[in-house]
Design a binder for this molecule. Sequence first.
Ligand SMILES: Nc1ncnc2c1ncn2[C@@H]1O[C@H](COP(=O)(O)OP(=O)(O)OP(=O)(O)O)[C@@H](O)[C@H]1O
Ligand SMILES: [Mg+2]
Length: 321
Amino acid sequence: MTALLSVRDLTVTYRTSQGEVPAVRGVSFELEPGGSLGLAGESGCGKSTMANAILRLLPAGITTTGEVLLGEEDVLTMKPGRLRAVRWTGAAIVFQGALHALNPVQRVIDQITEPIILHKTEPDKKAAEKRAVDLLGQVGIPANRAEDYPHQLSGGQRQRVLIAMALACDPDLLIADEPTTALDLMVQAQVLAVLEKLRAERQLSMIFITHDLSVLTYVCDRLAVMYAGRIVERGPSDQVFERPTHPYTRALAAAFPTIGDRESRMNPSGLKGDPPDPAALPAGCPFHPRCPDAIDRCRDAEPPLLPSGPAQEAACILARP
Ligand SMILES: Nc1ncnc2c1ncn2[C@@H]1O[C@H](COP(=O)(O)OP(=O)(O)OP(=O)(O)O)[C@@H](O)[C@H]1O
Ligand SMILES: [Mg+2]
């Protein structure tokens, strides 16, 4: 099967007054049509940078290299007109921290209708409005709330409006960057259920980003864990969560109890120290200064992502099967 999305050796470097910040360093992965990939990792590991780079949404002046193939086309070299068409219709994103991004003086129905009219994915305004109401229904917001302004909705409802908006032009791929992080647990569960339903019903492919591994195992069939701008472990999500092979994934999994798990996995001795500064990464494996299992050899070279178990890969010299 042809991949819906193939990211190849993606590298993103910010330029700051303090020098270059390599935020994403040679990331490669594929996503099948209808597949869902969860992307986890601590704050600053490059998750949002990668998400934005995939849709070429990073501001000018930031160096992005590699390939982002959406079907057969490389997003990174697309002409501007084509790029505008591909955003929304090929792939759409729910931005991190977008809860306050809705226009406060525009009714939600009009905000969802706007991209539909712009991209002409429905024949006229009436059909676009009908689609907007349908989409709101799909994310559990009744038709009688469509005329509401954002402030009349709860945080969870607003987050669901953003998901509906991202789906306005029926994209093949939805990138959701921390769509539930700002929500309380009950509302978080509602939003997750909506995403799960959409995925099953529409064969929607998804990249779901969060720092909470337990959430990802619920929504995604595959999981990739990022550390210092690289994928350090990946595989089927249950397997990665239940039997992590990279010491960083183990620490991350221990930090988040499974929803409904009575015996909390909370481990007070979990992850020590701060995430590394991407502008000054330690030599060798970037995780070695925090790694409980580190040996001298870990300082020598950055380990490549290699098989660490059945269908699992890890970038750790101690995680070989
Ligand atoms: N505009 C920018 N200029 C310079 N450096 C940046 C910029 N945006 C992000 N960075 C740096 O790039 C790295 C990756 O940031 P990014 O926002 O992608 O992380 P993240 O994994 O999404 O984190 P979080 O979980 O907090 O959302 C961080 O070290 C960050 O400081
Ligand atoms: Mg982020």
